[in-house]
Design a protein around this ligand. Structure first.
Ligand SMILES: C[S@@+](CC[C@H](N)C(=O)[O-])C[C@H]1O[C@@H](n2cnc3c(N)ncnc32)[C@H](O)[C@@H]1O
Length: 318
């Protein structure tokens, strides 16, 4: 039995222990062989839209000779592969850096991307754009509970202990809420690396909105997992991101709004046109074109991925 530990340290060990953590043991996003489905794993459309945004930002920056895009929490490199494929025929001098904490996933990314991207275990010193899909919701959280005297903190095995933390929300005694210190620190560090930081995560605008939500969830093999205390390392543990606990973003939109702003509809229309022309041929181009329609539905689903929050930090603020 492990000695008592604060919830964030327990979550850190469950997810990222180099030997027994969920991600070290091969837990990952993906279809049949994955544990949960993320936007890049729905298909290449998410990366294709992103490639268009990256191109536009490159032009806005005066079309510099190199455009460094870093992606944190890149998993097995599926988003990188889609962005690079969509950018291949263009003139953006893209240098893509995948940053991933899990050695197993870094090895998978190297296998998928080969020479097309750099795969690293920590953020580069500088990048033009820093991206992260479903990273912030996966960073360990501290958990506080409202008591008659103020706030106490959750330790594991389940026990409340005194804490230096407090939240400015008015809640009933017994209410538990997350404090996303590591996510806030990550954003601060990311902003020192890149003048544009863009994240996609499930979340809410304010901590108060978490009160009536099941804000902590576990996943394994596409099923909602059990209690996070039952089988450490066997499930992914994620938490809704409360935006008011992060450095204030410059732009906030839902994922659906963001994808619409960057042209998903036009890409779907193009897919419909190609499918209409090539359906009788039934080749890969035709099938890919048709799949854009179903991918867009999943990516913009207001009850699913479409309701995710896209947060952008521009430095200096614009
Ligand atoms: C939920 S997965 C998302 C993977 C991928 N972005 C996707 O959308 O399919 C979160 C990933 O972030 C990685 N991760 C967690 N903390 C990290 C950190 N501080 N730096 C880099 N990667 C990290 C995990 O190992 C895991 O692969």
């Amino acid at each position: 039995m492990n000695p008592a530990e604060r919830f964030d340290r327990y979550q850190q060990r469950c997810l990222y222990d180099p030997d027994a953590g969920f991600y070290a043991a091969g837990g990952r996003a993906g279809g049949a062989r994955g544990d949960f489905l993320t936007s890049p794993e729905v298909g290449p459309l998410f990366g294709t839209v992103l490639a268009g945004a990256l191109r536009s930002w490159w032009e806005e920056a005066g079309s510099p000779p190199q455009w460094v895009v870093a992606e944190a929490g890149a998993g097995r490199g599926v988003l990188a592969a889609a962005v690079l494929a969509a950018s291949a025929s263009g003139d953006v001098p893209l240098r893509y850096v995948c940053v991933e904490r899990s050695a197993a996933l870094r090895a998978a990314a190297v296998e998928l991307l080969g020479e097309r991207a750099t795969v690293a275990d920590s953020l580069p010193p500088r990048a033009d754009v820093l991206l992260a899909n479903e990273l912030l919701d996966n960073l360990p959280v501290r958990i506080v509970e409202r008591t008659g005297e103020g706030w106490a903190e959750l330790w594991v095995p389940e026990e409340l202990r005194p804490t230096d933390l407090s939240l400015a929300v008015d809640v009933a005694v017994g209410c538990r809420l997350p404090v996303i210190e590591q996510a806030a620190a990550w954003v601060t560090a990311a902003r020192a690396v890149a003048p544009r930081v863009v994240t996609f995560d499930y979340g809410v605008a304010t901590t108060a909105e978490l009160v009536d939500r099941a804000w902590l969830r576990t996943y394994a093999h596409h099923e909602r997992g059990s209690d996070p205390f039952v089988e450490p390392g066997s499930v992914d543990i994620t938490v809704d991101v409360a935006v008011d606990q992060l450095p204030a973003p410059t732009l906030v939109s839902t994922q659906a709004e963001w994808l619409e702003r960057w042209g998903i509809e036009a890409l779907v229309e193009e897919g419909r046109r190609v499918w209409a022309e090539r359906a009788s041929v039934g080749d890969l181009a035709a099938v890919r074109a048709r799949s854009r329609v179903t991918e867009a539905e999943a990516l913009c689903d207001p009850d699913g991925l479409g309701a995710f929050l896209t947060l952008e930090w521009l430095t200096p603020p614009q």
